[in-house]
Design a protein around this ligand. Structure first.
Ligand code: ZN
Length: 199
């Protein structure tokens, strides 16, 4: 007995009417295969591309004030994952070697995680905690807006507002001993890039 095998389903097509075949394969199997290829291709095209922030490292050196407390971004780095890059930055209270917050931005879903590290002299028993929010492309359109986004995340939480006041008072004590620096209130961002877009 003669045998012809469909390459897609492995069944014998020798007795199948030629109208339902392409070569020795079932017409239906060939069409289903083409359809699933097309669907796969479409899925890939619809998958939104994670945001890329090529100049994330330029955040380093930016200074900003929240509730009178002064901060400096000291470190920023990028981890590349299949799901999209993960961006991290360390924000220090100015002149403090311990970070005050670590900001992590997950590019695949635009989740921003702000991990607050309470200063040891505020309360040694307090452990770091996370403030999370989902941001949009707008929030990373330039460093000033992104820094403002970090500041707003800090201000949105009452525990963190207490910490900000604590940092502010600590910095005031140093300022009054020193140069008599006037204490700014609210949020003000400054960066050394003349308002250029970073990304
Ligand atoms: Zn078949």
């Amino acid at each position: 007995m003669k045998e012809v095998i469909c390459a897609y389903c492995g069944k014998d097509t020798y007795n199948v009417d030629i109208e339902y075949l392409i070569g020795g394969n079932h017409l239906s199997c060939v069409l289903m295969d083409q359809l699933s290829d097309a669907i796969e291709k479409e899925k890939k095209m619809n998958k939104k591309k994670p945001v890329e922030i090529s100049n994330w490292s330029k955040l380093v050196g930016n200074k900003f004030d929240v509730m009178g407390a002064s901060f400096t971004i000291r470190d920023a780095h990028t981890d590349s994952l299949d799901e999209g890059n993960v961006y991290a930055a360390w924000v220090h209270a100015t002149d403090d070697n311990e970070p005050f917050v670590r900001v992590t931005l997950f590019a695949d879903n635009m989740d921003m995680q702000v991990k607050v590290v309470p200063p040891l002299d505020y309360n040694g028993n307090m452990t770091p905690y996370d403030l999370s929010s989902t941001i949009t492309k707008h929030h990373i359109s330039n460093p000033s807006i992104f820094i403002q986004t970090i500041a707003e995340a800090l201000l949105s939480d009452s525990t963190t507002r207490d910490l900000l006041l604590y940092v502010s008072r600590k910095q005031d004590n140093i300022r009054f001993k020193g140069r008599g620096y006037s204490n700014p209130t609210g949020i003000s961002g400054s960066n050394g890039f003349g308002g250029n877009n970073l990304w």
